[in-house]
Design a protein around this ligand. Structure first.
Ligand code: BGC
Length: 372
């Protein structure tokens, strides 16, 4: 079968012929991969600046971490998935260090040792291959109506985990300690930085939960991302036309900033406009670039005088995957066609790096040759 692999030593990314995987334990499932999304992390892998670490003792890594596949074989001890089901694989696998409580309790997305592996990114082969074998506990079933858009599950899990963190932070306020999740979120005002797939999926989630949302992104209107954002009942504001201070005037007191660009300067500038008791969530992983100047005193004053919280969030757990799948169904019902419009192109494996690096997309997906 074919796969796309990165060779960090010789700095190349190629379509290669590899042996198809076979079940190695009774708990495993074999999937035929239907679609694999490309994202900013893949762009970094293609420029050899982040990720792309081969498994121990190997020279190359099969890439791809946002995926959906069709179950074609199940081991005798697989209990929930059946041949013909659709499934999305989770990305991160736990470290083996005994004192890592998050990993030992099944939450490697909070791993403290950094020795976790991530399929398609760090130390474990990914999903951009004709077939993949995975343990059932790392697979999440997807209902058939989501077949075409289920590849968006993984990027949506980033927002699901972020929102869960936001809820936990809000719950620390004594007058909200017994509030339901819906009450905690009701009437909130959010600014989303970035109108890529992670930003727009975050916007969908926040709109679905009743937030007023402003998406702040580079491109001027009209553009496809802006049209999509506005179809969700959110506002789209271009950073080329409108300064952040104006966004903060329009948005009122900002309860949540959901950062989805990886642009540190923009993020710290936006942090100045976070409202009282507000939460700023970082999700982007910036490359190591030149130092940037930020309004440190203003930011620190606000953090203290306004009881603000800044948190970073990476990866996601099973609960976030299950929530993402439920929410994709809600999004389909609320905004028919919107998820499909997020997928701007479907390409063969040979286009992986060029689509990862391109800026003329929202979410491009790669379809392994024998996907259908
Ligand atoms: C992936 C996460 C991963 C992170 C850091 C992101 O692109 O969506 O699953 O944890 O990169 O490697």
């Amino acid at each position: 079968m074919q796969a796309v692999a990165v060779w960090p030593e010789r700095r190349s990314v190629d379509v290669v012929e590899v042996a198809a995987p076979a079940l190695g334990s009774p708990l495993e499932v074999r999937l035929r991969m239907l679609a694999v999304g490309v994202c900013g992390t893949d762009a970094e892998i293609c420029s050899f600046s982040y990720g792309g670490t081969p498994p121990e003792g190997e020279e190359s890594l099969i890439v791809g971490h946002e995926a959906i596949g069709l179950v074609i074989e199940t081991g005798p001890e697989v209990s929930r998935l059946r041949t013909g089901d659709l499934a999305v694989p989770m990305v991160r696998r736990p470290c083996t260090v005994p004192h890592c409580s998050p990993c030992r309790s099944g939450h490697p997305d909070f791993c403290v040792t950094g020795e976790y592996t991530e399929r398609g990114i760090k130390g474990a082969h990914g999903f951009l291959a004709g077939e993949v074998v995975e343990e059932e506990r790392y697979l999440v079933a997807v209902p058939p109506p989501l077949r075409e858009v289920g590849v968006l599950t993984e990027p949506l899990t980033i927002a699901e985990k972020a929102l869960r963190q936001f809820v936990e932070v809000r719950r620390r306020f004594p007058w909200l300690s017994t509030a339901s999740e819906a009450e905690l979120l009701a009437g909130g005002s959010a600014v989303v930085l970035g109108a890529g797939a992670v930003g727009i999926l975050g916007c969908m989630l926040l709109r679905q939960r009743g937030f007023q949302v402003v998406v702040y992104s580079r491109g001027r209107k009209p553009n496809p991302s802006a049209a999509l954002v506005e179809s969700l009942g959110a506002a789209y504001v271009s950073s080329e036309e409108t300064p952040l201070v104006e966004v903060s005037r329009r948005a009122g007191a900002i309860d949540l900033v959901y950062e989805a660009t990886g642009a540190s300067k923009l993020a710290f500038d936006a942090l100045q406009y976070l409202g009282a008791n507000g939460v700023f969530v970082f999700t982007g992983v910036p490359g190591r670039k030149a130092r940037v100047e930020i309004a440190a005193d203003a930011i620190m004053r606000n953090l203290v005088l306004r009881n603000q919280t800044v948190l970073g969030t990476v990866n996601a757990g099973r609960a976030d995957y299950e929530a993402a799948i439920r929410d994709l169904e809600l999004f389909q019902a609320a905004w028919p066609g919107a998820l499909a419009a997020l997928i701007t192109g479907r390409y063969p494996m040979s286009r992986f790096c060029d689509r990862a690096r391109s800026h003329d997309k929202i979410k491009d997906v790669i379809e392994p040759a024998d996907a259908k």
